[in-house]
Design a protein around this ligand. Structure first.
Ligand SMILES: Cc1cc2nc3c(=O)[nH]c(=O)nc-3n(C[C@H](O)[C@H](O)[C@H](O)COP(=O)(O)O)c2cc1C
Length: 178
């Protein structure tokens, strides 16, 4: 059955990174901050690759790039939080997507039950223990075991599509720069 689903043999040379990036731009993603508490304080990075991986056991996943300078700081901590950003959190996404920047400067956060920093005002948060990490080309595929979770009573997710921030049609518009 599985082999029937593979319609073409894999061919590594036919799709360029630029093509893949351009076409993947049509696929909307959520926007989340993966963060952990290191000895030097909280660290984090913006990801658009957050997925639900398994319900039982409860596993989530995301893909940090091999070039990420923050991910290697999170690995030895062994636990992290995924804060899913809301439609009003665009500026936070930009701040945590700036490599080398002072990611947590001016950002209100609190400590999760399992010791990771959670972005205050995020839409949903997943308090995780590091489960596994698989090589995935120029990224890593990371699995986290969900130990605790939380969600805001109301709100809409921030969406990334076509290389820019979008909101669901039902979400109130945020003035640009907000
Ligand atoms: C909407 C959005 C989604 C992103 N998704 C990812 C992702 O899934 N994985 C990743 O490694 N970087 C992703 N990035 C880029 C990182 O946030 C960015 O490279 C960041 O500077 C990494 O910081 P670091 O070097 O401190 O790890 C995304 C950026 C944006 C704006």
């Amino acid at each position: 059955m599985l082999s029937e689903m593979q319609v073409r043999p894999p061919d590594n040379d036919t799709v360029s990174p630029e093509q893949l990036r351009q076409v993947m731009g049509y696929v909307p993603t959520s926007v989340a901050v993966v963060s952990a508490m290191t000895r030097r304080g909280p660290v984090g990075l913006t990801v658009g690759t957050f997925v639900s991986a398994s319900l039982d056991p409860p596993l989530i996943g995301f893909l940090p790039a091999r070039t990420s300078t923050t991910w290697p700081l999170i690995v030895p901590v062994g636990s992290f939080c995924v804060s899913v950003l809301g439609a009003d959190n665009e500026q936070l996404s930009r701040q945590f997507a700036t490599s080398g920047g002072k990611k947590f400067e001016g950002v209100p956060w609190y400590t999760s039950p399992h010791g990771s920093p959670v972005i205050e005002g995020c839409l949903a948060s997943f308090d995780c223990a590091f489960e596994r990490c698989y090589p995935a080309g120029d990224h890593w595929f990371v699995l986290g075991r969900v130990l605790d979770l939380d969600v805001r009573e109301s709100g809409h997710p921030l969406v990334f599509c076509h290389g820019g921030y979008e909101r669901l049609a039902s979400a109130p518009a945020i003035p640009s720069g907000g």
